[in-house]
Each structure stands twice: as C-alpha cells, then as structure tokens.
Design a protein around this ligand. Sequence first.
Ligand code: UGA
Length: 416
Amino acid sequence: MKLSVIGAGYVGLITGACLAKLGHEVVFIDVDREKLEAINDRKAPPIYEEGLEELLSQIHIEGSSDYGKIADSDVIFICVDTLADDGGSIFLDNLLSATKQISQVLSKRESYYVIVVKSTLGPGMTEETVIPILEEGGRKAGKDFGVCMCPEFLREGQAVYDFMNPARIVIGEYDSRSGEMLDQLHRSFDAPIMHTSLRTAEMIKLASNGFLATRISFINEIGNICKQLGIDTYEVAQGMGLDSRIGSTFLNAGIGFGGSCLPKDLRILISRAQQVGYQPELLRNVAALNEKQALKPVELLKKHIPLKGATTGILGLAFKPGTDDVRNSRAIKIVQTLLAEGASVKAYDPLAVENFRKLFPNIDYVSREEAMNCDAILILTEWEEFKELDYRGKIVIDGRRIEKAREARIYEGVCW
Ligand code: UGA
C-alpha cells in the first residue's frame, strides 16, 4: 500500500520504517530538518532505538515537508506529539495543524483513503476534534474517507521489536471499510486483532498505561512498607508474581516511573475523567505517590551524610535502560534536589548525557569511574553495566535494585 506518516518522531519513525520493511511505500512528512535528513540522507536517526539505524539502512523511504506528497496515499498515519502539560491538558497545536493540512490536500480527492490517528488522545477526541477538521474540505468521514484510531503499545528501547512482534493490535474504527483496510495492513503479524469504536481504542491505550503505572506505584507502596518492616520487597513481588492472576511483570519496586508515556497518559486520563465529572482517586494517588517516590534516595542519603558540600555520583540519567530519553526521568527531580540542598553532582550515563545536559548544563558529566569515586553514589537507572561494578567500600543508595551494589560499605535500597 501507499502510506504516509505525519510526524517522524518516535512513534512515526518506528511505524513508518517497520511498515516499509514489510514492503509498503512510505513517505514521511515533518517540519524538522534533522529528522528529514536522517530519512533522506540515511544519517543516524535523531533518537536512539535499538535496531532502528540498521532498519533505516535497509529500506527506501522518503521524507518531506510538503503535504502534497500525501495526495495519493491509501493510508495516512497521524503521529504528531500531543504532550500533556502538568494539568493534563493535551497540547493539540501540532495535531490540529497537521489535520488541517491533510484536509486541505485531500479535499479534492475522489478515491477512498483512510486517516489513522496514532497520537495519544483523550477518549472521544478523534471524533470530537479530528473528524470535524477532516470534514472541513467538504468530504464526509465514513463515506469519502475512513478514520481509525490505532494506539501504539511500543516500549522505548524495544520499539522496533515490539512493532514487529505485537501482543495485540487494536483498531478503533469509525467505519468498517477503514477498519478492514487496517486489518489487511496488519494481517502478517502473529497477534490478535481487536476492532472497537474510536473512543474505546483511545481508552484502551490510556487504561493500559494507567494500569502499568498503578502496578508500579502499588509495588512501591508495598516496598515502602516492607522497608520499614525489614522485608525484601523483591522476594514479596516474586511470591506474588507466581500467581498467574497477578503475573511477575511491572512489579520492580524503586524510584518510580518516568518517560514520556506513563506520566503523560495518566494525566490525560485524570483530566478527561474530571472533565466528565468523575474524581479518579486511585489514578490521582498513583501519580502523587510516584512524585514522592523520586525523592526517596535523597531522604535516605541524608541519613548517612550531610548533603551540604557532599559530592554525589549519579549512575543513570535515562528514564530507563536502553534509551537516551530523559523525559520525566527520576534523575531530574533528584539532581534538582541535591543541588538545592548544597551537594555537587557528578553524573554518568552511557547514552543520555547529551539530553540531560540540555536540562542541566552546569553539572559535571564524568566517566563511570569518576562517578563511582564520590562521597556517595546514587543508582537511578538499571543499566546492565552497573551490575558488574565493584561497590565495596562505597556508600550507595540504590533506586533500582542492583544486586552487586549490596556489597557496598553502606547500602540502602529505596524499597528493600
Ligand atoms: C510505556 C508502556 O510500557 C508501553 O507499552 C507504551 O506503548 C508506551 O509507554 C507508550 O505509551 O508509548 P515506556 O514509556 O517505553 O513504555 O517505558 P516502560 O518500560 O513502561 O517504563 C516506564 C517507567 O516505569 C520507567 O521509568 C521504568 O523504569 C519504570 N518501571 C517499569 C518501574 O519502575 N518498575 C517496573 O516494574 C517497570
């Protein structure tokens, strides 16, 4: 099929590149020159994602800032950013502008095409916001063109693998013809395909991430209790996970969840609930507990050394291993607090230094060895390489349960 992807960011680039690998003709539309160069000149992609650079070198795709290129596409994916602010409002400028331009370019098109929203939206928003703009050109949704909402469930760091090996494919459809076209596009995947309404698909995405966030805050709460009682939370989680109704994933206690998705989706869900007059107490507490959890390492460190004048070594700046992404990374709040309390920071991360530097240009970015050679070490991301270090003789506050760190002279795990 002929496909267009609007927005060559994280979701768009992976979606388009993987579909090109499966034999489709793909054109990307973006305003960012760096992204377009990566696509057209086969330069390293602007984001780190395992397997992506290799994938881009194997396929032929085109990048452009000209919406005219989508004129004869069968399917157009909208993959632009919809970042929520702290209040949970969705930032719709990019989505609205992309939708307007799509609508203008396709207003004269005679043959049927499908618009697919992949950007995360609050339940109901594809119908309430996107479709009216698409219809501005005079074409009618469900008749002249189709509309689908296909949430993505890709984990950063494993996104290419996840795209090619999905656990499920959710197709929210406005009209059955568009749903059928997307079904065909995904038929080569060995995964159940579920057809729903647009708003149900939007809710499946938010509820999935909301549930994962809830599991993490739940186990962190259990961990905070365990810590007081001298119980090892990881043994507790193992015991819980053996129950097939519970399962063992997303029960790693620690300093909580970061990234661009879980915190954002939780905020969108909370604000959408409030808009319709419901107070989502559980979800609000999941978010609040996660904020508090980030400060545990600093509280624990204070028990052992005065922060004023101390040099702290930070191991890990990325919000999780396998990525250079620092959005909502726990390290942000921790570094801010350490600096505010008069400590100095020497930070190390195998991939995320450049992104963190944009937020904190004035702290020291050092080698792993130098970070280890500080008054105290804080482990904030569970990179594999941290599992092999020699922590003997050190003061270590561990936010991510690195077994070997327990050999430290003074060791504190946040939830164990
Ligand atoms: C998350 C979901 O897992 C994906 O399914 C979803 O597609 C994606 O959001 C999205 O909406 O695009 P991601 O943000 O890449 O993926 O990261 P996760 O692997 O879910 O981890 C999120 C955070 O939770 C990380 O900071 C991680 O360290 C933390 N975490 C995870 C824990 O603290 N404990 C755990 O047991 C698991």
